[in-house]
Design a binder for this molecule. Structure first.
Ligand code: SF4
Length: 297
């Protein structure tokens, strides 16, 4: 089954998903008509591993403070890490600043529209490059994230789960897109939204799905997932949690922090030390000549 196929009397799947989106889309600030591609890039980097509800307030204050790549490029890393707040995976903040510097230096301060040029920016992978070209510049592009892969797995291939990323994912989603370019751009965000709101991980809400009568997984009787179980990421007790606690202390401090002041952040000295080392290696923390720790200057 391809997305452009349709059952008697029904529109192709891609068209139905676009129509559904018109009524069901969440009102998110980075989806505003005519949004600056820089704002899209910032949102996509923040959303890579963080839910919308946590991203939105940070994105708003970030865009107010650094409305252009040049503004961010001129900012010391410590301020950028502070502004990243509790979004998690803070290396993204440094990479976004490096991308802003590259845009300022190589592209006259304007985020490029070309996917290859976007992919050449620090921290910008295939997904983010295509998302910026599509959502920021209105270019027809297949954009595939985890949510989209799950929709494709079920709708097109009749599988309960997406499994590992496949080279064919881009072609699958391109085949589902409407022919009209403007609607194809709309489709890229619409299918992502379908995966986020309806065709969700675990039990999908098929009763609310605009393509339920054409879904290969439903037509096959909704077979159970027969691959390896999905890994659920834990957080408590992980190095990620410890790194976050250590960064919290440094973010709150106006001056470099004595190592003893980091001890209350985590009891296990070996884990605390390992995490501090990894923060130093990642460039998220610096050590001063007297042995104190600080955010990078
Ligand atoms: S019918 Fe259900 S499984 Fe199929 S695409 Fe829609 S929500 Fe996903």
């Amino acid at each position: 089954m391809t997305g452009q196929s349709s059952t008697a009397g029904s529109a192709p799947a891609g068209e139905s998903i676009v129509d559904w989106y018109a009524a069901a889309a969440r009102d998110l600030p980075w989806r505003t008509e005519g949004i600056d591609p820089w704002a899209v890039l910032v949102s996509e980097v923040m959303l890579q591993q963080t839910p919308v509800a946590r991203v939105e307030p940070v994105w708003r204050s970030w865009m107010q403070r650094w409305p252009t790549p040049a503004d961010l490029a001129a900012t010391p890393p410590a301020e950028v890490i502070r502004a990243w707040g509790k979004l998690g995976y803070p290396r993204r903040a440094l990479r976004l600043r490096e991308a802003a510097i590259a845009v300022a230096e190589r592209h006259d301060g304007v985020v490029p529209a070309d996917v290859a040029a976007l992919e050449a920016l620090p921290g910008v992978g295939t997904y983010t490059a295509r998302a910026v070209a599509c959502f920021g510049y209105g270019r027809r592009q297949p954009v595939v994230d985890t949510n989209v892969r799950r929709v494709v797995a079920r709708l097109v291939h009749g599988r309960a789960e997406a499994g590992n990323a496949r080279a064919a994912d881009l072609a699958d989603i391109a085949a589902l897109a409407p022919e009209d370019d403007a609607r194809a751009v709309r489709f890229s965000v619409a299918v992502m939204e379908l995966g986020a709101l309806v065709c969700v991980a675990g039990t999908p809400r098929c009763g609310a799905c605009p393509v339920r009568d054409r879904c290969a997984w439903r037509l096959a009787g909704s077979p159970a997932h027969d691959g390896p179980p999905r890994r659920v990421q834990k957080f408590a007790g992980t190095d990620r949690q410890v790194r976050g606690r250590l960064l919290d202390v440094l973010r709150a401090a106006e001056e470099p922090v004595d190592p003893a002041a980091l001890e209350p952040a985590w009891d296990d000295a070996a884990q605390r030390s390992r995490c501090l080392d990894s923060l130093l290696a990642d460039g998220l923390v610096e050590q001063t000549p007297d042995g104190s720790f600080t955010l990078p200057t």
